[in-house]
Design a protein around this ligand. Structure first.
Ligand SMILES: CC(=O)N[C@H]1[C@@H](OP(=O)(O)OP(=O)(O)OC[C@H]2O[C@@H](n3ccc(=O)[nH]c3=O)[C@H](O)[C@@H]2O)O[C@H](CO)[C@@H](O)[C@@H]1O[C@H](C)C(=O)N[C@@H](C)C(=O)N[C@H](CCC(=O)O)C(=O)O
Ligand SMILES: Nc1ncnc2c1ncn2[C@@H]1O[C@H](COP(=O)(O)OP(=O)(O)OP(=O)(O)O)[C@@H](O)[C@H]1O
Length: 492
């Protein structure tokens, strides 16, 4: 597309060079600029893109975009210099336009909330696939087409940057994908990554304190989430959550409420609970339906009803949606039970917020036969306020706690753990085993038949960040090797 055409409807000032040049792509990382790309200069948290303009031009940039108006006079380049008021908004628009607004050809569902985005995205993906639709799901766990993971070869964010997202959507449309389910992180929304996705349904799950340091304050975090209500045409809201209710009251848009409580359009009631499944009753103006879903936990019932409501709103018959819901499964690392011969219940779960830890511990407390044991810690260099709160929640439900490491980054893990332990009840039994592998091994070896062990915080992740180093570590691989070792010890 010609630069002139690309810039036609966007407020900007162009200086020097020719606007008749062909633009092939968009890049804000200078070293990755390819022949024909526009290079967008941004001042970030760590770097100033201005430092890298020469590299971008050497790599073939056909234009340079800036948002500092003063540079229009001082920067002399061999290619057009383009000033735009907001480079992040421009990147979103430009990426969408260069790919011919692929989202317009799809039904776009975006999910936001502090907890449950990945789970609900995958549930909606599974329901649509079961209803014979082609669907792409993009979020923390990666990119999935009809349930099959497609590996990306670039930095993986929960909400992809527009330069990646619109290219993926264009290919998806070409391959006949009709639905896209996107996780909308607060940072992704604040950084305008989803501005030009023509979102049909914005799904609001819940709000709790998180990412405060990333955003600067809780109010700013909350405001970032609310951006989704302005971007989406219709809203699907959790009627049990006060933040979602407020979003619904403020938005002058078609909306529908779901929940486990009263005053909602789609209500899911728990009728009976087994060890691994829940029998539920769905009530809506379309009638009543009783069915069984293959997992437990109030929070996952919330996630299930969010997905069922959204899919029904997309125009599918409620009976067929409920039928498909009987085969839902949780995504990798969410309340995942690990089979073993030790008569222990071992679960790996991605809980890394206070609300998530409460939800999963409350669920496991109900099913555990004996003691509930938790292995966890908190991440370093972020969200310090949540440590004491997570400590208090763990202590409320757990009989024994192993404090360990969960991406301590530049912080001393002993200090992080001391801040967690400050939230413990006075009589809490616990110990600190900093090496995560050793902590998991000790928890399994010391457990007695009938105990439940929750290994929380890492879920699907496969790395541990200690200092500046990222080392390979997976809770799944660790548990597997401990179980194998204990089996061979038994045989000896
Ligand atoms: C907060 C945020 O959105 N940060 C993103 C942002 O970084 P930044 O603005 O600080 O950029 P910077 O590294 O200072 O660099 C400034 C400019 O110089 C350029 N540069 C820099 C170095 C270089 O060698 N060459 C070069 O051209 C950069 O491309 C950039 O344009 O631009 C970078 C490059 O495009 C992104 O990698 C980076 O995401 C980082 C990886 C990140 O971790 N983001 C997290 C906070 C995030 O978005 N997380 C959410 C989930 C959390 C939530 O729920 O809110 C997510 O959606 O994943
Ligand atoms: N509806 C919910 N309410 C409270 N906690 C939940 C809910 N759904 C999931 N969780 C907890 O949060 C953890 C993470 O779930 P999930 O990955 O679906 O959330 P997320 O919002 O995508 O998280 P993140 O933004 O950190 O990637 C789960 O392992 C579980 O412990």
């Amino acid at each position: 597309m010609q630069l002139a055409e690309l810039l036609k409807d966007w407020p900007c000032t162009v200086k020097g060079g020719s606007i008749r040049v062909e633009v092939l792509g968009l890049e804000d990382y200078a070293q990755q600029v390819k022949e024909g790309d526009l290079f967008v200069v941004r001042k970030g948290n760590k770097e100033d893109g201005l430092k890298y303009v020469d590299i971008a031009i050497d790599n073939g940039a056909v234009g340079v975009v800036i948002e500092d108006e003063k540079l229009l006079d001082s920067l002399k380049l061999s290619v057009p210099l383009i000033w735009v008021p907001n480079s992040l908004k421009f990147m979103s628009y430009c990426a969408a336009k260069l790919n011919r607004f692929p989202a317009d050809a799809m039904q776009v569902i975006a999910i936001t909330g502090t907890n449950g985005k990945t789970t609900v995205s995958h549930f909606i993906g599974q329901l649509l696939h079961a209803l014979h639709k082609n669907v792409i799901v993009i979020g923390t766990n990666g990119l999935f087409i009809n349930g099959e993971e497609v590996k990306l070869n670039y930095e993986h964010l929960t909400t992809l940057q527009p330069k990646h997202l619109h290219r993926i959507l264009k290919i998806a449309v070409q391959r006949g994908v009709q639905y896209v389910v996107l996780e909308a992180s607060s940072m992704g929304l604040a950084k305008h990554r989803l501005d030009d996705c023509s979102i049909d349904y914005g799904v609001f799950l819940n709000l709790a304190e998180d990412h405060i340091e990333d955003h600067g304050s809780y109010e700013k975090y909350k405001a970032s989430k609310q951006i989704l209500a302005t971007l989406a045409s219709k809203l699907v809201l959790n009627g049990d959550d006060s933040f979602c209710r407020t979003v619904g009251l403020q938005a002058k848009k078609p909306k529908v409420y779901f929940g486990l409580g009263n005053r909602v359009d789609f209500q899911l009631q728990l009728l009976a609970e087994g060890l691994h499944c829940s029998t539920v009753c769905l009530q809506s103006n379309k009638g009543q339906k009783v069915f069984t879903i293959p997992f437990v936990g109030e929070h996952h019932l919330q996630n299930a009803i969010a997905a069922i409501t959204t899919t029904t709103e997309l125009g599918f018959e409620i009976e067929k949606v409920c039928q498909a819901a009987e085969k839902l499964h949780l995504p990798k690392g969410r309340l995942e039970s690990i089979e073993n011969d030790l008569n222990l219940s071992i679960f790996i779960d991605y809980a890394h917020t206070e609300a998530a830890l409460r939800a999963v511990l409350k669920t496991l407390k109900k099913t555990t036969e004996r003691n509930l044991i938790v292995v966890f810690s908190c991440g370093g260099d972020r969200d310090k306020h949540k440590r004491i709160k997570m400590g208090a929640v763990a202590s409320k439900y757990a009989d024994y706690i192993y404090l360990t490491m969960d991406n301590p980054r530049s912080e001393d893990p002993e200090v992080i753990n001391a801040q967690i332990a400050a939230g413990f009840l006075a009589n809490q039994k616990y110990e600190m085993v900093l090496d995560r592998g050793e902590a998991i091994e000790t928890a399994i070896r010391n457990a007695k038949e009938g105990d439940t062990i929750l290994i929380a915080g890492k879920g699907h992740e496969t790395t541990q960040i200690i200092g500046a180093k990222q080392i390979r570590f997976s809770d799944f691989e660790c548990v597997k090797s401990v179980l194998e070792k204990s089996l061979s010890d038994q045989k000896e």
